[in-house]
Each structure stands twice: as C-alpha cells, then as structure tokens.
Ligand binder design. Structure first.
Ligand SMILES: Cc1cc2nc3c(=O)[nH]c(=O)nc-3n(C[C@H](O)[C@H](O)[C@H](O)COP(=O)(O)OP(=O)(O)OC[C@H]3O[C@@H](n4cnc5c(N)ncnc54)[C@H](O)[C@@H]3O)c2cc1C
Ligand SMILES: *[C@@H]1O[C@H](CO)[C@@H](O)[C@H](O)[C@H]1NC(C)=O
Ligand SMILES: *[C@@H]1O[C@H](CO)[C@@H](O)[C@H](O)[C@H]1NC(C)=O
Ligand SMILES: *[C@@H]1O[C@H](CO)[C@@H](O)[C@H](O)[C@H]1NC(C)=O
Ligand SMILES: *[C@@H]1O[C@H](CO)[C@@H](O)[C@H](O)[C@H]1NC(C)=O
Ligand SMILES: *[C@@H]1O[C@H](CO)[C@@H](O)[C@H](O)[C@H]1NC(C)=O
Ligand SMILES: *[C@@H]1O[C@H](CO)[C@@H](O)[C@H](O)[C@H]1NC(C)=O
Ligand SMILES: *[C@@H]1O[C@H](CO)[C@@H](O)[C@H](O)[C@H]1NC(C)=O
Ligand SMILES: *[C@@H]1O[C@H](CO)[C@@H](O)[C@H](O)[C@H]1NC(C)=O
Ligand SMILES: *[C@@H]1O[C@H](CO)[C@@H](O)[C@H](O)[C@H]1NC(C)=O
Length: 529
C-alpha cells in the first residue's frame, strides 16, 4: 500500500517536471532560434540535443575538467549558446528572462564545483569560447581581453608583443579569464605585482536588462564588485581591460624537493617564517605530497616538499638572498635555470624544457580524473607537530596534494576593502588542498573533509577564510530556487569576502534585484519584503 502511494506520487512529480521542462525548453529554444535566424547565425551559435546532437555533446564535454560532474548532473543544458558578439548575448538574456530559463556562463570551465555547466533547474549555457580576442596597447601597456580567452592565450599574446611585459595571474594555461579574473587570480608573480583583480582598470559587462556597460556607465560599485566578487552574480562580463606589468628579460626558476629524511618538516616549518617577508621578486611556492620513500624498498612512504619558485632577476642575485634568508634549503646555482618569463609559464605548467610556446594555445584540459579542492588561510606558523599530523593524512591518500602559496609583498599593500578579495595583510600563506581519484568512491571526499576538520586550530578563524576561486560548496550553499536569504548566504559569504560581503549584497540588490543571475553560490539581493 505504502509502496504504491510513493510510486504514484513519484510518477506525478516526474511527469509534471518533464512537461514543465519540455515546454520551457521549446519556448526558450524557439525564442533564441528566431532571434538568431534573423542574423543567420543560429547554425554555429546554438547547440541543442536536437539540432546537432554530436556537436552539442562535444561542446558540453570539451571543458569538463572534472569527472565528478559528468555523471551526477541531474540536468543537461537545454542549449549551449556560443555567442560571437554582444547582441547575441543580449538576445539570450532576453529569451532566458522571458521563459524563466536559468543561464550559466562558462569561460574556461574550471569551476571547482562545476557551477558553470551543471544545474538543478532547467538551464542554458552561454559559453564564451568565441569571444576571446586580446588586443594589446604598447603605448599604454594595457590590454583588452575578452573573457573567453584562456590564461595561456593571454600569456602567449603578451609575449608575442613584448619580452618585458607580463600579467600576474594563475599557473594553469587552460583556466579561463572570465571566472579567474572576476574571482581573484593568483600566480607566480603575485608577490611583486598583486593578483589579477589588482590590475583591472575597465570592463564590459551585460546586465540583467541586457544593457552593455563599461566602467563609466556601470559605476564604481559594480566595477568594484566584479573585481573579486565573481562575475556570476552581476552579469555576463564580456571583456576586461588590464594594466600589463614590467618584468626583466631574464628570470630564474627552480624546483627543489626534500623528503622527511632530508629535513622536509623543519624546512616547511622555517619556510613559514620567511616566505611572506622575503624579497617580493621571489615567490617560493610549496607543493607537498606523499611519495614512496626512495630509501625504502618495502614500500614505506615519505613526504616530499617541492619548493617551486620564481625569481624576477638573475641567478647571481637570487643565491645571496637564499643564503641569507633560507640557508637550510641549501639552494645552489645548479638548481636554478634562467629563462624568459614566458618560458617560465611553461615550466610552472609542467611542460618539459624546449616545449614550443604553442602549447599555451591548447584549450583542452585533461579530464580523466575526479577532483575535489578546498582552501584555507594561515596567519600564524603551524608548529612542527601540526605539520606531522598533516603528513599522516597525506600518507593515507594517494591522490592528495597540498599547495602552500605565499602572500605578503604586493598582496599586502592593498587594503581589505579595496576589492572584494579580502585576503591581504596578516596572511602568511594560503593552503590549497586537493585530491584526485579515478574510480568513484565517497572515500576521497570524506578524506579531504577530515583533513579540513583537523586543520581548524591552525588556520584563520571567525571567519575561517577561503579563496572564492577555489569554490567549495561544503562551506555553505544557496537555495537553488533563487530565493536564498542573506543569512543563508552569509555562511559562505563572509569566508570568501569578509566584510566586503555586505557591500556585494548591496551592489547585487541595486543591479539585479530580481536575482536573474544566480547559481548555487551567488550573492543574493536583499528582498524587499
Ligand atoms: C587546473 C586548475 C588550475 C588552477 N590554477 C589557479 C591558479 O594558479 N591561481 C588561481 O588563482 N586560481 C587557479 N584556479 C582556480 C580558477 O581561478 C577558478 O576555477 C576560476 O573560476 C576558473 O575560471 P574559468 O573561467 O576557467 O571557469 P568557469 O567554470 O568557466 O567559470 C567559473 C565561474 O565564473 C563564472 N563566469 C565565467 N565566465 C564568466 C563571465 N564571462 N561573466 C560572468 N561570470 C562568468 C561561471 O559562471 C562560474 O561561476 C585553477 C583551477 C583549476 C581547475
Ligand atoms: C552579431 O553577429 C551576427 C551574426 O554574425 C550579425 O548578424 C549581427 O549583425 C552582429 N551584431 C553586431 C552588433 O555586431
Ligand atoms: C544564411 O546562411 C546560409 C547557409 O550558410 C546561406 O546559404 C544564406 O545565403 C545565408 N543568408 C543570408 C541572408 O545571409
Ligand atoms: C637536517 O638537519 C640537521 C640538524 O639541523 C642537520 O645536521 C642535517 O645535516 C640536516 N640534513 C640534511 C639532509 O640536510
Ligand atoms: C618503514 O616504516 C616502519 C613503520 O613506520 C618503520 O618501523 C621502518 O623503520 C620503516 N622502514 C624503512 C626502511 O624506512
Ligand atoms: C617539481 O618537482 C616535483 C618532484 O620531482 C615534481 O613532482 C613536480 O612536477 C615539479 N614541478 C614542476 C613545476 O616542475
Ligand atoms: C633547455 O633547452 C635548451 C634548448 O631548447 C637548451 O639550450 C638548454 O640547455 C636547456 N636547459 C636545461 C636546463 O635543460
Ligand atoms: C592539447 O591538450 C590535450 C590535453 O592535455 C592533449 O590531449 C592534446 O594532445 C593537446 N593537443 C595538442 C595539439 O597539443
Ligand atoms: C596507494 O597506491 C599503492 C600502489 O599504487 C597501493 O598499494 C596502496 O594501497 C594505495 N594506498 C591507498 C591508501 O590507497
Ligand atoms: C524558497 O522557495 C522554495 C520553493 O518555492 C521554498 O520551499 C523555500 O522555503 C524558499 N526558501 C526561502 C529561504 O525562502
């Protein structure tokens, strides 16, 4: 009896949902198709499961970096729109408003929780891949960069123009400008030149009414919000204008690794006292993982700490700094390689010496693993016993890795409220926790959550801060209907943005009061009732 009732109820719900989804799908697709037919662009711009199923699937999956979302997404997009200009974005917004279809915007598709391409409600993807022009002004040393570009394309284009210009942003070349620049953007020259948002000077955004705005017409509040508060909550960012930075023609890189037997624990401990204070031309990033001990034939494991570093200068100037501030590492000239900045971007992306710069233009990311990441900020050095506890966790989990990214330098000279990215003075480093696996099992996510709990005493508190670009739905999520309350959203809001969250809510309330642009973790407007 009970069984029947439940089955019947399920049937009703499922039918109701299918009907609604189908009519939403038809209306929305009819709307955009008719708009785009007028301009004769529907063939190459609109992809649906019906009009060209093969391209639809390959476009949907081409930027999926994470197997976690390939099978679990309860909905596929009704359509993928790949606009070639602003009027096609306006048309999509218009149809989406009219038919209540949610829009997700995808630039590089690297969102840690897949928020640019999965959804719980009927939705369409605006995929920015066709809007990726980069134009550099060598008089002003500025660049206009469309958000569909990748970091690799940005770096490549800058280097094609000049050997002494660069831009401070992330390490992985397939990361997209749209998500990365609007959410922060930390990379190997950030201690000298800040993060991406610190160097943005103008932007073009299309708002919920379909208006195309630049810095002047959007006003300073909205312009502030999209430099670290994420694009998603406020509109579709079409392009950013940035200041390029000046770098020497020759830089120096090294990547030296030490195991526990080589004093890794003491070295990591000492690193915490110097990495944020050392010469800002030097960024000593740490990658830590569990490896099979080279000394042990019995499969014993050890911890390996790799000091993966960039110095904006020659090796002869680097060695004395290391001898004075971090002699314990024992860095010698033979560990160091001099190269150009653009070659260093290949080095840090893991390409072997001699790889052609063209690989920076390859937008395809490896997508054969499951992945979960989290972040923390450290304001007091972690004692050695605390580090040893971390090592135990790493030894438990094969696919695990920690990154310690040093702050200080230019990151600290900006006030917490200058941009929504609030992680400034007082932070020694950020921890990035990552685990990858190939056969699905909840064990791995449980592992990273346990490690995160273990870390609580050693990291920032009230709020326990987190980096927005390392999106983590564990720290709180929105109500998917789009009616998230301020209280609900402030659970994650203060972690990502500290007190800037309140200003983001005010901007959102002003520019998108009906919450048209939303996702599982977007800034909510204050409701009028
Ligand atoms: C392999 C890898 C390496 C990384 N390395 C670094 C690093 O070195 N430093 C660092 O700081 N971060 C790094 N990140 C994190 C990265 O900065 C974020 O994941 C970033 O949000 C990715 O941007 P995207 O455009 O590729 O992602 P997407 O998934 O396309 O977008 C991310 C979010 O931004 C929104 N969005 C995208 N484009 C727009 C737009 N045009 N307008 C409005 N909203 C938009 C999306 O809707 C989504 O919510 C890395 C991530 C990965 C997966
Ligand atoms: C946008 O592109 C379409 C198709 O190429 C074209 O017909 C239309 O005129 C373009 N609109 C603008 C404003 O450039
Ligand atoms: C529209 O595109 C089709 C196919 O590419 C082409 O044959 C036709 O001439 C185009 N029409 C206009 C008005 O441009
Ligand atoms: C490790 O540290 C000890 C004590 O500081 C030192 O004597 C020893 O040489 C170091 N070992 C290595 C491999 O550097
Ligand atoms: C291997 O690990 C065990 C337990 O930690 C330890 O007792 C043993 O000495 C280690 N062996 C080697 C060769 O390191
Ligand atoms: C640095 O060295 C470690 C250990 O050999 C290696 O796993 C890692 O890929 C290297 N990093 C770079 C950027 O070469
Ligand atoms: C890197 O490759 C170049 C040639 O492509 C070579 O001259 C140089 O010695 C190499 N450097 C190292 C450190 O292997
Ligand atoms: C681009 O990168 C992908 C993923 O790393 C790789 O499989 C592919 O071979 C690369 N393509 C080219 C042309 O290098
Ligand atoms: C890690 O991998 C090794 C070899 O691939 C395997 O023997 C071991 O059981 C794995 N350990 C864990 C904790 O998964
Ligand atoms: C949001 O809307 C849903 C569905 O209408 C409702 O169940 C839920 O209670 C609402 N939540 C809030 C916080 O208002």
């Amino acid at each position: 009896m009970k069984f029947h009732c439940i089955t019947f109820l399920f049937f009703l719900l499922a039918n109701h949902f299918l009907l609604r989804a189908t009519s939403a799908q038809n209306n929305f697709i009819e709307c955009i198709t008719s708009k785009f037919q007028a301009s004769n662009s529907s063939q190459n711009v609109i992809y649906t499961p019906r009009n060209n199923a093969a391209s639809y699937s390959s476009i949907y999956q081409s930027f999926l970096g994470n197997l976690r979302f390939l099978s679990t997404s309860p909905q596929r997009p009704l359509a993928i729109i790949t606009p070639t200009n602003e009027s096609e974005i306006q048309a999509t917004i218009h149809c989406s408003r009219k038919h209540g279809t949610q829009i997700k915007v995808r630039s590089g598709g690297h969102d840690y929780e897949g928020l640019s391409y999965i959804s719980q409600t009927p939705f369409a993807i605006v995929d920015m891949r066709n809007l990726r022009a980069i134009s550099i002004d060598t008089q002003e040393n500025t660049a206009w960069i469309q958000t569909g570009a990748t970091l690799g394309e940005v770096y490549y284009t800058i280097a094609e123009t000049s050997r002494t210009l660069a831009f401070p942003a992330g390490v992985c070349p397939t990361v997209g400008v749209g998500g990365h620049f609007s959410g922060g953007g930390y990379g190997m020259i950030s201690r000298k030149h800040g993060i991406a948002v610190d160097n943005i000077i103008d932007a073009i955004i299309i708002n919920a009414n379909g208006q195309i705005l630049n810095r002047n017409s959007m006003g300073e509040d909205l312009f502030w919000a999209i430099r670290g508060g994420g694009g998603t909550s406020f509109g579709i960012v079409v392009a950013f204008k940035v200041n390029l930075v000046t770098i020497p023609e020759t830089v120096t890189v090294f990547n030296v690794s030490r195991t526990l037997e080589q004093n890794a624990t003491q070295l990591v401990h000492k690193w915490q006292y110097i990495s944020d204070k050392i010469d800002e031309n030097l960024l000593l990033r740490l990658f830590i993982s569990s490896v099979r001990s080279p000394a042990a034939s019995n499969g014993n494991r050890t911890i390996q700490a790799s000091f993966t570093s960039l110095f904006l200068g020659r090796v002869e100037d680097l060695i004395p700094i290391m001898e004075q501030k971090f002699p314990e590492l024992g860095l010698v000239e033979q560990d160091c390689i001099e190269m150009s900045w653009i070659e260093s971007t290949l080095f840090f992306a893991g390409f072997p010496n001699g790889t052609s710069l063209d690989v920076l233009l390859n937008r395809t990311q490896q997508n054969s693993v499951y992945f979960k990441g989290k972040s923390d900020y450290v304001r007091e050095p972690i004692p050695e016993h605390g580090l040893q506890g971390i090592w135990n966790y790493l030894n438990e989990e094969n696919g695990s890795q920690l990154q310690f990214s040093p702050y200080g330098g230019a990151l600290s000279t900006v006030s917490e409220s200058e941009t929504p990215f609030p992680h400034r003075s007082g932070n020694i480093f950020m921890i990035h926790y990552a685990v990858v696996w190939t056969t699905d099992s909840p064990r791995h996510i449980n592992w990273i959550r346990r490690l995160y709990r273990y870390m609580a005493p050693f990291v920032s508190k009230s709020p326990r801060a987190a980096y927005f670009n390392y999106r983590d739905l564990d720290i709180g999520r929105n109500n998917i209907q789009g009616n998230t309350s301020y209280r609900q959203a402030s659970v994650w809001g203060f972690k990502y943005f500290k007190n800037n969250f309140n200003r983001l809510v005010r901007v959102k309330t002003k520019v998108d009061p009906s919450n048209f642009f939303r996702n599982e973790q977007s800034v909510p407007p204050l409701s009028s009732n």
